[in-house]
Design a protein around this ligand. Sequence first.
Ligand code: HSE
Length: 397
Amino acid sequence: MKVAIMGFGTIGSGVYKVLTTNEDVIAKRVGEKLEVKYVLDRREFPGEPWEKLVVGDYNIIANDPDVDIVVETMGGVEPAYTFVKAMLEAGKHVTTSNKALVADKGADLIKTARDNNVNFLFEASVGGGIPIIRPILECLTGDVIEEISGIVNGTTNFILTKMTEEGSEFDVVLKEAQNLGYAEKDPTADIEGHDAQRKIAILTSLVCGQQVEYTDIPTEGISHITANDIKYAKKINRNIKLLATSTAVGDTYVARVAPYLLAPEHPLFAVNDVFNAIFVHGNMLGDGMFYGSGAGSLPTASAVVGDIVEMAKHKNMNIPLEWKSEKKELADSSVVESAFFVRTKSDKDAVKSAFGNVEFVEGVVDGEVGFTTDVMTEAEYESKASTLDVVKMIRVR
Ligand code: HSE
């Protein structure tokens, strides 16, 4: 079978490497050899082994009946969407690692694949190399998924881990992450939570079988987290983690991306550095957790190649996948209950009159106190906190 790779950057070149390094074992599993016939890229790659495979026009791939499977590793919604749609309409299977494309156009591309009796798979779009999408869709299909909470962004997890280990400020560690290649030159999508927002939108769409708009998910990043916040976290024996979380409420879900203070008992407490982990609670399974390399060339390519093999084994069959384009209304996040950790410049009497008796954390930063509230709704918290001079609020799990 012939494969084409659209976009030969970090992930696309990783896919080529996995397919060539593990050529024999993959051929055994598929039952025939897989061969990369085209690489779509603007660059020419002189002297590289794939130089002769490079084309600049996606129509060459779409119009070649020899190509069965196409990999999309370009990133972004356009022109990826136009190219992927054309491939599916031309009767080619497509796998992508592109969360922006899947979050925005997942339902549409799944339908296009079904209409053309091919498959559109996207295991690598969430959690990099960690198997999470197929486990949710297949292994856990007998469960009602009541919660998915993940550390799904390696860049921010690296930054928070280093801030905790070194006591450094956010900007210093961000630079370190950029020097190590863990953060992009423009790090906005990672540090402001937009990447995690798309990933939890994809997972929530899959568990409810309908389109969840990522723009409906309240999202806060980590760029406001300071060395003082980390000092408080240590004082109360917790770790700050950027969670992307989705919880069942009646027949829908409530989702959020935000930094949380986790207790050592929480399964995600010790997920450090660039690693990702996704905690799942099913009504029959109970708790489960998927942990591993959530980004990077070969881990992500490993998941893409897993999809390639799955599609090669279902060459003439659409694997049913429920994700309708009808929009799923998420529950109002102001009714969600949690405890809140607050730093305030208001005095202890003002705190007590707003929140009742709370446990104070003192002596961490001059001129302020910290405290953790009882469990209450977001709306209740907002109303009580409005009487105080709040420096920072971080939710507690
Ligand atoms: N920037 C992403 C991360 C890459 O840091 O996790 C994987 O989607």
